[in-house]
Design a protein around this ligand. Structure first.
Ligand code: KIV
Ligand code: ZN
Length: 386
């Protein structure tokens, strides 16, 4: 096994689709699944089959439509859920059942009214049961972020012994700080005797805005699967965003870690998911937001025009965005104005530029943004055009 390979598990169609208002039809889910395949994700979590007939059918149809990634179905730790998942996955070329149970004392007491020992047994039993149907079983230790590390290590060891191939350590409530989450993964790597028989997976939520940072901390401490969604959509404040993790690993290549993601597909699938799910992407969202490659202050515009990398650590083309943008506002300088005027075919000498720039500033003070039409109006008829 290549220890530097990070597997990407996309849960846009399960954790992402749980968001109110984001529900998709089966046909729409198939379209997203095909794009996820083209993007190069390793595992697609296609749904939670027991939850509704529609979700069941979506897992069936995605299994037929997509062949390269592993198709995964979610269950709770009970036989009825697992039976439904196995049935829904029957057409999948490569399949995985994702089963699990709460690991924190909070969940054990208040969600299951149970004890640590009973929960440990239920988790291991569920894995054993699922292994009758598939060779690939992932176990999730829900609310692992708040679980006691010693107990969590016992749970991880027990489910690996029962046959789990991947063990997911979710920070279900987005509670952890990056160093706490990283230390949790390290603790498991150091204390679980059979850890070499499974892959540790990180699944982080963004309640404190730390999902991506926690995911990276997990990877740096030994996790080799990341669970994420396109645009970071998901329960409450969302999940780790796939595009952020992929571009962090690509940008920091000195880490020596790599994924199978074809980053040029990122912007396309981001737009598809946002449109289909009626979930706009915030303009300042890293990687895919409208402003992610837009420069508006005069100092930055001048710097970017001199050399793109003065203010860009990523190349927009690498994520499927044709070009960066220099937005003309009252904060823009002469260099940006000249750049846009030349693009429109106007040639200006220094004196002309100073004069036009003064008129530009007067216009820009009245508007948020200056468009090409505004520039043409500003130039009138008198200036030389190529
Ligand atoms: O956040 C979580 O704990 C989950 C599990 C069901 C994997 O989504
Ligand atoms: Zn989740």
């Amino acid at each position: 096994m290549d220890n530097n390979r990070v597997y990407v598990f996309d849960t846009t169609l399960r954790d992402g689709e749980q968001v109110p208002g984001c529900q998709l039809t089966t046909v729409e889910k198939i379209e997203v699944a095909k794009e996820l395949e083209a993007l190069g994700v390793d595992i697609i979590e296609a749904g939670f089959p027991i939850s509704s007939p529609g979700d069941f059918q979506s897992v069936v149809e995605i299994s037929k439509a997509v062949s390269e990634p592993v198709i995964c179905a979610l269950t709770r730790a009970n036989t009825k859920d697992i039976d439904a998942a196995a049935e829904a996955l029957r057409f999948a070329k490569r399949k995985r059942i994702h089963t699990g149970i709460g690991a924190s004392d909070m969940h054990i007491k208040y969600k299951f009214n149970s004890t640590r020992e009973e929960i440990l047994k239920r988790g291991a039993d569920a894995v054993k049961y699922a292994r009758q149907f598939v060779d690939d079983v992932e176990f999730y230790a829900e609310d692992a972020g708040r679980a006691d590390n010693e107990f969590l290590a016992r749970m991880v060891e027990a489910v690996i012994a029962a046959g789990a191939t991947v063990v997911n350590i979710p920070d279900t409530n987005g509670y952890c700080l990056p160093d706490q989450y990283g230390a949790k993964i390290k603790y498991l790597m150091d204390h679980v005797s059979n850890i070499d028989k499974a892959i540790i997976s990180v699944h982080c939520h963004n309640d404190l805005g730390l999902a991506t940072a926690n995911t990276i901390a997990g990877i740096m401490n030994g996790a080799r699967q990341v669970e994420c969604t396109i645009n970071g959509i998901g329960e409450r404040a969302g999940n780790t965003s796939l595009e952020e993790v992929a571009m962090i690993l690509k940008t920091h290549h000195s880490l020596g870690l790599h994924t199978n993601i074809n980053s040029k597909h990122i912007y396309g699938i981001s737009t598809l998911v946002s449109t289909m799910m009626r979930m706009p992407v915030q303009p300042n969202k890293a990687i895919v937001g409208r402003n992610a490659f837009a420069h508006s202050s005069g100092i930055h515009q001048d710097g970017v025009l001199k050399h793109r990398e003065n203010y860009e650590i990523l190349n927009p083309e690498d994520v499927g965005i044709a070009t960066n943008s220099i937005i003309l506002t009252a904060r823009s300088g002469r260099h940006a104005l000249k750049h846009h005027l030349e693009r429109l075919g106007y040639k200006l000498d220094k004196i002309n530029l100073d004069e036009v720039y003064q008129r530009f500033l007067e216009m820009a003070d009245q508007k948020k943004e200056i468009s090409d039409a505004d520039l043409q109006q500003l130039m009138g008829d008198g200036d030389e055009k190529n």
